[in-house]
Design a protein around this ligand. Structure first.
Ligand code: PLP
Ligand code: ZN
Length: 437
């Protein structure tokens, strides 16, 4: 792709040309979470919010010029269906946090039920360009499911390594989507280490989070959607005088609105890096005028990045993770450095919440926004509620909470969260009356 100009290493600054071969590490220093650099100045000359706004395609491919890979064909099913998830306003959530407008971005609605579809669709297209026919991934579950589905749609094979203790729904999805599934007796970190070794020794193309540079390029599209959708919503709410600068709903706006804050659940740190890259791209293109503040939320049982943040250090110490939020359980996060810098550069913060706060947030999100989240996805909402108790959130702000995976991924956790058991009755009116009395 002409617009993809270099791999960039944030650790040492080196730029590497985008050769048509897999690249995972910086040739200068060995750092393993490279950025994909696009020629944003050239893109800025031809792509406008109006051009994108006029497109009917709701998927992430509506932003095709801002992506480093070619678009899949129309008939490639889920590869073409990733993106376009709803952004709900939640007046109940707003009331709960003191008045700021709360918007829930529900990526549990993607084809395999998690935000990882965005990354996997883009990685699958990169793999096609490289002529690869098999993709390897280690995952807590969701990324593996997503690459299994996207590889299958692209006519490729996938080999997926997940911890043997992954939730049964994720394992079932992996079996259904045709992956060669290997359940590893060990943690996610064990599976990650093994997959990197296998990638090197067996010459397999690896999708791993914080390792394959293209995951961020897919994940950043969630930020494009947030800004475009906020703008559409504000244009519809034309009675709000604070939004008077926006154009009428029938004229595509020449700028997009950015939220004030975004809350993101963090394990390896790759999603928040992608979210930051999305806003940074839009800023560089002149589509938005300011960067939102990013708030990374970790579980107290897996808080390696937040620990480093508290110490003001870029050195991340391994932890021994123990949290029910399996998707954000990472002993040694693979994208920690970039995740720390993404939050720092945005003027945000890292927050830590307990497993019991995560379980409560599953219930609160269901009640406040009618969204069913898996534990790792409800963590962002737990962070917002915790934050609102600690420090006032100005009522004038637009706050986005990213829901990264559906609750159907982990029904056992949801059952724990609701605590109360349902009532069972005989099929008679008297039994029903008695139960309701
Ligand atoms: C549902 C869900 N939320 C959050 C995350 C955290 O993303 P990251 O590990 O990139 O920080 C994941 C990653 O697996 C996930 O599946
Ligand atoms: Zn380097």
């Amino acid at each position: 792709m002409g617009r993809f100009v270099a791999f960039h290493c944030r650790a040492c600054g080196e730029r590497t040309p985008p050769e048509p071969a897999p690249r995972f590490a910086c040739p200068g220093c060995g750092f393993e979470a490279l950025d994909v650099e696009l020629d944003l100045a050239a893109i800025r000359r031809t792509v406008t919010p109006a051009l994108i706004g006029a497109r009917r395609d709701p998927s992430l491919w509506r932003y095709r010029e801002l992506l480093p890979v070619a678009m899949p064909r129309d008939d490639e099913g889920p590869l073409r269906q990733v993106g376009g998830t709803p952004l709900y306003s939640s007046p109940r959530a707003s009331a709960r946090i003191g008045g700021a407008r709360v918007h829930i971005k529900d990526d549990g609605r993607l084809p395999t039920g998690s935000l990882k579809d965005r990354a996997s669709a883009v990685v699958a297209m990169r793999a096609r360009e490289l002529g690869v026919d098999c993709i390897l991934a280690a995952s807590t579950g969701n990324a593996g499911v997503a690459i299994a589905a996207m590889a299958q749609a692209a006519g490729m094979r996938a080999i997926v390594l997940v911890p043997a203790a992954a939730p049964p729904a994720k394992i079932a999805q992996l079996m259904l989507f045709g992956a060669r599934l290997l359940l590893v007796r060990g943690t996610y970190d064990d599976a990650f280490r093994l997959s990197r070794e296998a990638s090197r020794e067996l010459g397999l193309y690896c999708r791993n989070t914080g390792y394959n540079p293209f995951t961020v390029e897919g994940k950043k599209t969630v930020s494009f959607e947030i800004c475009e959708q906020l703008t559409q919503q504000a244009a519809r709410a034309d009675s709000d005088p604070s939004r008077a600068e926006l154009s009428a709903p029938d004229a595509p706006p020449s700028k997009w609105l950015a939220p004030d804050r975004v809350y993101v659940s963090v394990g390896d740190g790759n999603i928040i890096v992608g979210v930051a890259k999305g806003f940074a791209d839009l800023l560089a293109l002149g589509f938005i005028e300011r960067m939102p503040r990013l708030f990374g939320v970790q579980s107290a049982g897996s808080a390696a990045i937040a620990n480093a943040w508290r110490q003001g250090s870029e050195h991340i110490e391994r932890v021994s993770s123990n949290t029910l939020a399996d998707s954000i359980s990472a002993d040694m996060p693979s994208d920690g450095l970039r995740a720390l810098r993404a939050v720092r550069d945005s003027g945000g913060d890292y927050l830590v919440v307990s497993d019991s706060a995560i379980l409560s947030a599953i219930v609160e999100l269901a009640r406040d926004a009618t969204v069913f989240a898996e534990p790792a996805a409800a963590t962002a909402y737990a962070g917002l509620l915790h934050h609102a108790q600690e420090s006032a959130i100005p009522p004038s702000e637009d706050v986005v909470v990213l829901v990264t995976g559906t609750g159907l991924k982990d029904v056992a956790a949801a059952t724990r969260a609701v605590a109360a058991a349902p009532t069972t009755i005989d099929p008679s009116m008297s039994a029903l009356r008695q139960a309701l009395s």
